[in-house]
Design a protein around this ligand. Structure first.
Ligand code: COA
Length: 384
């Protein structure tokens, strides 16, 4: 395999886009190419992630982005894997580049749903679950993650304050991130006083509906002159799957696809957990961050909440988790989310993370889940 780098990255601020998804996607694609110092004509394939383009009456974005970049002849496709769509697209880019099929690929994730109300957006999102068994019976993602949270709290006796500690931390990080949807801190009292959305999950346990677009440029090291930015060396790119429904997975207190992806990624990257300096993990709901840290093997089952409460995962803690603010507070424009985790690592490695900068980070891990864990990606990045 060829050594493969992420050489360029760019993102919109998450929240509400004034432009169309197509316009935002094109803008970040150009900016990512620019940050990598790569001429668009070097791109061999464009992988787009965009789950809900139909809500804007515009699907099949790849040829439109490529045409705007002046490369209409370059092949493209849309990759869909629910909330893990751009990390799936990044994996495809990695396979093509590391495998020697092309020298460079563009990965673009975009979602724009802010013109829909909460009911409509919730209905769109729920299509990523099992329609006849879950969605048709009234299950939504807040409801499904609340089911997992109920099982977890019962099994481990976790206190609401431990879920709240995830929300307080991620809001504090997002308050230092100019790309974040919510740039305000919250207190534990605000968390505990917020309305219940799907018991036991409160408003501040949930990610918001966000618009946003993020792009990455992936290239083989041997095809490149020296890139203008500090590249991310892709040390592992892993995808795993699991049963579509939570009742078919044998556990409700963790996500088996995360366990499998984490183990395999560490093995492929030849590194120990202790070498990882920080993580961006999938915290669509606060419970998901606790489960991710345990499934990835950083904490024993039921122990991640206490570590979060004790500040270990704060941006200046021993193992920073979601310095970007995570899906919880940076926002979750489904198809841009996986790429946005990598964008955060790119900004961190290039020393541009300002007040949330993790000092001396050499190795970082990104973890992104589709739906309630039927798909998962883990990527590990190192410095050159
Ligand atoms: C939690 C949720 C139900 C709130 O929706 P809502 O009750 O319609 O809230 P609104 O959009 O009317 O916003 C009301 C206020 O709460 C804020 N808000 C909304 N969602 C928020 C969230 N998740 N976290 C913090 N604040 C939030 C809004 O900014 C707004 O604040 P303002 O009054 O200061 O402007 C909605 O954000 C949600 O369903 N999130 C989960 C999305 C999801 O399932 N994603 C897929 C994950 S797998």
């Amino acid at each position: 395999m060829r050594e493969t780098w992420v050489v360029g990255a760019a993102s919109t601020r998450f929240g509400k886009l004034a432009e169309t998804g197509r316009e935002a996607a094109t803008r970040v694609a150009l900016a990512a190419l620019d940050s990598g110092g790569l001429d668009p004509r070097r791109i061999g394939y464009t992988f787009v992630a965009n789950c809900f383009g139909v809500a804007e009456r515009q699907a099949h974005l790849g040829p439109l982005i490529n045409t705007a970049l002046g490369i209409p002849e370059v092949p493209s496709c849309t990759v869909e894997s629910a909330c893990s769509s751009t990390s799936a697209a990044l994996h495809e880019a990695f396979v093509h580049v590391a495998g020697g099929f092309i020298d460079a690929a563009l990965v673009v994730g975009v979602e724009r749903l802010s013109h829909l109300d909460t009911l409509a957006a919730t209905s769109y999102f729920a299509m990523g679950a099992d329609y006849p068994f879950e969605t048709h019976n009234g299950a939504t993602f807040p409801g499904l993650y609340a089911t997992l949270a109920s099982a977890y709290l019962k099994e481990f006796g976790t206190r609401p304050e431990e879920l709240g500690a995830v929300a307080v931390k991620n809001h504090a990080n997002a308050a230092r991130n100019p790309y974040a949807h919510f740039q305000k801190e919250i207190s534990m009292a605000t968390y505990l006083g917020s309305p219940v959305i799907a018991s036991p999950l409160r408003l501040y346990d949930c990610c918001p509906f966000s618009d946003g677009a993020t792009a990455l440029v992936v290239a083989a090291r041997d095809s490149l002159p020296r890139p203008p930015s500090e590249p991310l060396v892709m040390r592992a790119s892993v995808r795993t799957g699991a049963a579509g429904d939570i009742q078919d997975r044998g556990t409700m207190t963790g996500i088996p696809a995360t366990r499998a992806a984490g183990e395999k990624a560490l093995r492929l990257a030849h590194i120990e957990r202790s070498q990882i300096d920080f993580l961006e993990v999938h915290d669509c709901f606060t419970i998901a961050e606790l489960m991710a840290l345990e499934d990835l093997g950083f904490y024993a089952p039921g122990k991640a909440g206490a570590a979060t409460r004790d500040g270990v995962t704060a941006h200046d803690g021993r193992l920073p988790v979601n310095p970007s603010g995570g899906l919880k507070a940076k926002g979750h424009p489904v198809s841009a989310t996986g790429a946005a985790q990598v964008f955060e690592i790119f900004e961190q490695f290039n020393g541009r993370a300002g007040g949330r900068q993790v000092p001396k980070a050499e190795i970082a891990l990104a973890h992104n889940v589709g739906a309630t864990g039927s798909s998962c990606s883990v990527h590990i990045f190192g410095r050159r």
